[in-house]
Ligand binder design. Structure first.
Ligand code: FMN
Length: 166
């Protein structure tokens, strides 16, 4: 089985999670490749593609959205994202909803992990009444992603691989 782990990462959080996912893919079960999204030239030929991105403006950033659209029909996909908001909260769910509605992808599962948010983004949110509560929530992501998140990411990888092989 050929597996690609690819990611968009602006400040490094999603890249760290991508590396943990990559580690979690057992080499005896798959031939694996890890590459940032911009360096992936050909998405055909993979049996399973892990696609990671930072949640931005409550959704999938355009670069990752375009990448997802380029994945050939029938390819198995696992989504992962980092976000400042609380794990499992509605904001993170909205981003995954987008992925799961893509017409061509066979989305096996998704995982969200909190990621430290750039201070300028928090400061801007705190100044704006509408985004103030998000800003306060996002500030508490400062210690993420952490070792527990990486362990979850490795387990997610193993789980998705089992599903893809099933
Ligand atoms: C411009 C911008 C917009 C963001 N919008 C959101 C958002 O809507 N919801 C959220 O939970 N986090 C948001 N974040 C926080 C990032 O998703 C989070 O810090 C993520 O871990 C960054 O990943 P990266 O280091 O791989 O780029 C935003 C960050 C930036 C810089």
């Amino acid at each position: 089985m050929k597996v690609l782990v690819t990611y968009q990462s602006e400040t490094g959080n999603t890249e760290k999670v991508a590396r943990a996912i990559f580690e979690g893919i057992e080499e005896s079960l798959a031939t694996k490749t890890l590459a940032p999204m911009g360096e992936v030239e050909d998405v055909s030929g993979f049996d399973l593609i892990f696609v990671g991105f930072p949640v931005m403006g409550h959704t999938v950033p355009p670069k990752a959205a375009n990448f997802l659209k380029s994945i050939p029909k029938g390819t198995k996909v696992a989504l992962f994202a980092t976000h400042g908001s609380l794990r499992g909260g509605p904001l993170a769910q909205t981003a995954f909803h987008y992925g799961s509605t893509l017409p061509s992808a066979d989305v096996l599962g998704s995982m969200g992990v909190r990621g430290k948010v750039r201070q300028s983004v928090i400061d801007a949110a705190l100044k704006n009444l509408e985004n103030k509560s998000w800003g306060e929530e996002a500030a508490s992501a400062v210690t993420h992603p952490n070792e527990a998140d990486f362990a979850d990411a490795r387990a997610f990888a193993a789980n998705m691989l089992t599903r893809a092989r099933g």
